[in-house]
Design a protein around this ligand. Sequence first.
Ligand SMILES: Nc1ncnc2c1ncn2[C@@H]1O[C@H](COP(=O)(O)OP(=O)(O)OP(=O)(O)O)[C@@H](O)[C@H]1O
Ligand SMILES: [Mg+2]
Length: 263
Amino acid sequence: MIEVQDLHRHFGGFRAVDGASLRIEPGSITGLIGPNGAGKTTLFNVIAGVLKPTSGRVTMAGEDITGLSPHVLFHKGLLRTFQIAHEFSSMTCRENLMMVPGGQSGETLWNTWFGRKRIANEERALRAKADEVLEFLTVSHLAEQRAGQISGGQKKLLELGRTMMVDAKIVFLDEVGAGVNRTLLNTIGDAIIRLNQERNYTFVVIEHDMDFIGKISDHVICMAEGKVLAEGSLAEIKANEQVIEAYLGTGLKNKDQLEGAPT
Ligand SMILES: Nc1ncnc2c1ncn2[C@@H]1O[C@H](COP(=O)(O)OP(=O)(O)OP(=O)(O)O)[C@@H](O)[C@H]1O
Ligand SMILES: [Mg+2]
């Protein structure tokens, strides 16, 4: 689905991504791990068009998508979740979902004069879809709540929900589990697995919580110092000498993360 070839992203003389190459298979849930500063988020940002690469190539289903803007990639079904913007915090959760761009007629003059009925129909359909998404995520009770007032974990669910308002093909999630309680983390994990199985979403998930990675992913890629260090099952990765060294080299906290100990 996605192929990354010898990707670089440098900041001045610093090589945050330093020749990373990897493949994401269609229909997979790939866990992307690695010690702090490994270049995971930078890699995501380059793939998703938020940052331009210094060099290298990214293809999606064979098509060169290197350096395309997030907006263009969004319409191709490549999505990276973002925190709910501050401006949207006074809107309800349902309204936040309804705001996701994707095929609404919009407010051109033509529509204003001639398309009122169509817009009303679309709005009804959008609303129904938003409610369906909330139900899928088991948070229907949040429909009327303001986004600024829900918990951190519920916000993560809402961010995931935004990807369901369009026909996403591949979704990149950066630390969905950070600061989220166990119960909600399980809900997020279940939603990811169901979206994968029932709607054929491909996922790439950055996460430091190894239990979570173990539960949801069928393939794990470990990055260190801007490169892909190892790939395989989580058990293989955890037993890999180079991986252990990379985590150890960046301090005890990172080693604990690899072992899944509470940090
Ligand atoms: N805009 C930037 N300017 C300069 N350096 C940057 C920039 N963005 C990231 N870096 C550096 O690039 C390196 C990789 O950062 P990145 O955020 O990609 O790591 P990460 O693997 O996501 O780490 P973490 O697990 O802590 O989130 C870090 O040393 C970081 O300081
Ligand atoms: Mg990061």
